[in-house]
Design a binder for this molecule. Structure first.
Ligand code: NAP
Length: 559
C-alpha cells in the first residue's frame, strides 16, 4: 500500500515537512519545485504512516485503497513522476532563524491579504518582537483564495484555516477596507513602519491587442472570475449568456475554471459559495459549448494535469478533442517514442488522447479543446458574433508557427484568459517589461539591477509575475519574511520616524470605514450562518456597504 496525492494539491509542501521518509517530491529545495504542477508520493518509498494526511490543508492525500474511482488515475500520475525524477533529492534544509536583536521591536506593514501576504505574516508573527499590520482595500481578507479560487474547488479554500491561525495572533492587526494610496500613502507607511511588504498580486488582465477586443461580449477572464466569486468591484457587472457558444482564448487553469463554471450543472453550483447573482445568471444561461483555444499544441498546454483530468468527472459534459488536433512537435514525438519525455508532459498527452478516444453523449454540453490556434480578430459590429483564427503548426525547431490556413468560430462571447498583469505601486519602482516591482530576494530594488531600497519588500505575483498557485506563493511569502527578519537582525532597516498608533484615526480621517478582526469575524460568521441554512459553505456578501454594515453589527452576531 502507499499514499497518493490527488487533485486539490496546493503545493504548499506541509506534507513534505512531516514525511518521515522523504517520499514526497519535489521538495521545496529541489529545482523542480518551482515549476511542479503538484507534489507526488513515491509509492516505493511511502511507509503509509499517514502523517501527510493530517497535515494536508486541502485534504488531497489518501491511502491507495481508499481512493474514489475518479482519483484512481493519480496512482499512475504519482508513480510516473518518479520515472524521470530522482527520489533521493535532499531533505528540506532546516534554515537557521536569524538571532533577533534584544530589546528591539519591529513593526511591519503588509499590504494585501492574499496567500503570499499571509504566509509572510505567518512567519513574522512567530517572533514576539515583530508586529504585523495587514492592510487590504477590501473589507474581507484572503485575496484570490476568496475572489479567485473557483467556487467548486471548496477543498482548496481549506488553506483559509492556516490564515485564520495567523490572524488571531496578538501581534497581528487588520486594517481591512483601507486602500493604501487613498486612505494612507506609501510615505505615511514608510514613516511609521520599519518594513513594508507589498503582496498586492496582479489585479489586471492582459490584452490580446487584436481587432474587436472591445466589442460587447468580449471580456477578460479576470473580470468574469471576480464576478462569479462575488468581488465587490465586479458585483454589478452583467454578462450576456444568451448565446450557445463561448470561446475562451488561452488554456491555463483559469481558462478551465471559466469553461467549467459556464457549463456546470446549476444544482452543483448552488451548493457552492458562488455569488447568488452569478448563480441566477448561470441558471438562465443558454451556453452549451465552450471552445478552449490554445495557440500551441497539447505538449505546451498551460493547464495542469490535475485540472485537465478532473474535467472528465463533470456530469453532463463531454470533453471533446479531435485526435487530429493533437499534433506534436518532432522533438516531443521522438522523446515520447523512446520514453524519455518529461513525465508531466507525457501525462498531459496521454490524458488528451484518452479524452479524444472517449465516446460522446447526445445532448451533453461540451468543452471543446482546439490546439495550435491563434486568435486574429473578434468578429461582430457591436456585439461579438465570432472569432477569426489562424491555424498554427509546429516548425522543426519546435516553435508553433502560423500556417496559411484560417478558420472562423461562431460565438456570442469571447473570454480572453491570457494571464493577469501587475500594476505600478505609487512610491515604488516598476519594471514595465515584466509588470513587476523589481526585487532581489524579495528586497525592492531601484530598477531591475539597481540598489536595494531598505525596508521595502515584495512577495507573490507582484514580485514574480502571475504564475504559480498557492504553494508557490507560500514559499515566496516565506522568503520575503526571511529577508525582513535577516535585515532586522542585521540592523539594516530604517528607524521609523513615528509610531503606528495614529493609523486608525488617520485612515478614518480620509474616509476609510476600517474593518478589524472582530469586524471580519462578524462578516465570516454571518456568511457561514446564511450558508448553513442553504447547505452551502457560505453565502457571500457582495457589496462593500453590506460587508461594512455586517462588520459593525452587534457583538452577538459573532459565532
Ligand atoms: P497561465 O497559466 O499563464 O495561462 C495563460 C494562457 O494564455 C496560456 O495558455 C498562454 O499560451 C495563453 N496566451 C498568452 N498570451 C496569448 C495570446 N496573445 N494569444 C493566445 N494565447 C495567449 O495563466 P492563468 O490561467 O491566468 O493562471 C495564472 C496562474 O494561476 C497559473 O500559474 C495557474 O496554474 C494558476 N491557477 C491555478 C489554479 C489551480 O491550481 N486550480 C486555478 C487557477 C489559476 P502560451 O502558453 O502559448 O503562452
Amino acid at each position: 500500500m502507499a499514499h497518493v496525492i490527488t487533485r486539490p494539491c496546493c503545493n504548499d509542501a506541509s506534507c513534505v515537512e512531516v514525511c518521515p521518509v522523504n517520499c514526497i517530491h519535489p521538495t521545496p529545495d529541489e529545482p523542480e519545485f518551482l515549476t511542479a504542477e503538484m507534489l507526488y508520493i513515491d509509492p516505493e518509498a511511502c511507509i503509509d504512516c499517514g502523517a501527510c494526511i493530517d497535515e494536508c490543508p486541502v485534504s488531497a492525500i489518501f491511502p491507495d485503497d481508499q481512493l474514489e474511482a475518479k482519483d484512481e488515475p493519480y496512482l499512475q500520475i504519482n508513480a510516473d513522476y518518479f520515472k524521470d525524477h530522482d527520489p533521493d533529492g535532499g531533505l528540506v534544509k532546516p534554515t537557521r532563524p536569524p538571532v533577533m536583536p534584544e530589546g528591539k521591536e519591529l513593526h511591519v506593514a503588509v499590504v494585501g491579504a492574499g496567500p503570499a501576504a499571509f504566509y509572510a505574516a505567518g512567519e513574522l508573527v512567530k517572533r514576539g518582537q515583530v508586529k504585523v499590520d495587514m492592510f487590504d482595500r477590501l473589507p474581507t481578507p484572503y485575496g484570490l483564495v476568496r475572489a479567485g479560487v473557483s467556487p467548486d474547488h471548496a477543498k482548496t479554500k481549506g488553506v483559509e484555516n492556516t490564515f485564520a491561525a495567523t490572524e488571531k495572533k496578538a501581534n497581528f492587526t487588520y486594517h481591512l477596507n483601507v486602500d493604501v494610496g487613498t486612505h494612507i500613502t506609501h510615505d505615511e507607511l514608510n514613516a511609521r513602519y520599519g518594513a513594508i511588504l507589498y503582496a498586492v498580486g496582479a489585479p489586471h488582465d492582459r490584452r490580446l491587442n487584436i481587432p474587436g477586443e472591445d466589442l460587447t461580449g468580449s471580456f477578460a477572464a479576470t473580470e468574469f472570475v471576480a464576478w462569479y466569486n462575488g468581488h465587490p468591484a465586479y458585483a454589478d457587472r452583467t454578462f450576456d449568456l444568451s448565446g450557445e457558444r463561448a470561446v475562451v482564448i488561452g488554456n491555463g487553469n483559469v481558462a478551465l475554471d471559466v469553461a467549467r463554471i459556464l457549463l456546470t450543472d446549476d444544482a452543483v453550483l448552488a451548493a457552492t459559495d458562488i455569488a447568488d447573482y452569478a448563480l441566477d445568471a448561470l441558471k438562465a444561461s443558454s451556453i452549451t459549448e465552450v471552445v478552449v483555444l490554445g495557440r500551441r499544441g497539447i505538449e505546451h498546454a498551460a493547464f495542469t494535469n490535475a485540472e485537465f483530468l478532473s474535467l472528465g468527472d463533470l456530469d453532463g459534459i463531454d470533453i471533446v478533442i479531435e485526435e487530429a488536433d493533437l499534433a506534436l512537435s518532432e522533438g516531443t514525438e521522438a522523446a515520447l517514442a523512446d520514453d524519455t519525455l518529461d513525465s508531466t508532459i507525457a501525462t498531459k498527452i496521454r490524458l488528451a488522447r484518452e479524452f479524444a478516444a472517449r465516446p460522446r453523449t447526445e445532448g451533453n454540453k461540451r468543452i471543446v479543446f482546439r490546439f495550435l490556434s491563434s486568435p486574429l480578430e473578434i468578429l461582430g459590429d457591436e456585439h461579438v458574433t465570432g472569432l477569426h483564427c489562424m491555424q498554427n503548426s509546429y516548425a522543426p525547431s519546435g516553435a508553433a508557427t502560423p500556417t496559411s490556413e484560417t478558420f472562423d468560430l461562431d460565438a456570442s462571447i469571447v473570454v480572453r484568459s491570457v494571464g493577469y498583469r501587475g500594476q505600478p505601486i505609487p512610491g515604488l519602482p516598476f519594471d514595465r517589461d515584466r509588470n513587476v516591482v523589481p526585487s532581489d530576494d524579495a528586497r525592492v530594488t531601484d530598477g531591475p539591477d539597481g540598489p536595494v531600497l531598505p525596508g521595502l519588500y515584495v512577495a507573490g505575483w507582484i514580485r514574480r509575475g502571475p504564475t504559480g498557485g498557492i504553494g508557490r506563493n507560500r514559499f515566496c511569502g516565506e522568503e520575503a519574511a526571511a529577508s525582513i527578519l535577516a535585515d532586522f537582525a542585521a540592523g539594516s532597516l530604517p528607524e521609523p520616524e513615528r509610531s503606528v498608533d495614529d493609523v486608525p484615526e488617520l485612515v478614518a480621517s480620509r474616509g476609510a470605514e476600517r474593518v478589524d478582526l472582530d469586524g471580519w469575524r462578524r462578516i465570516d460568521a454571518a456568511e457561514r450562518a446564511a450558508g448553513k441554512t442553504e447547505g452551502r459553505r457560505r453565502v457571500k456578501l457582495v457589496t462593500v456597504d453590506e460587508l461594512v454594515a455586517t462588520a459593525r453589527a452587534t457583538e452577538e452576531a459573532v459565532g
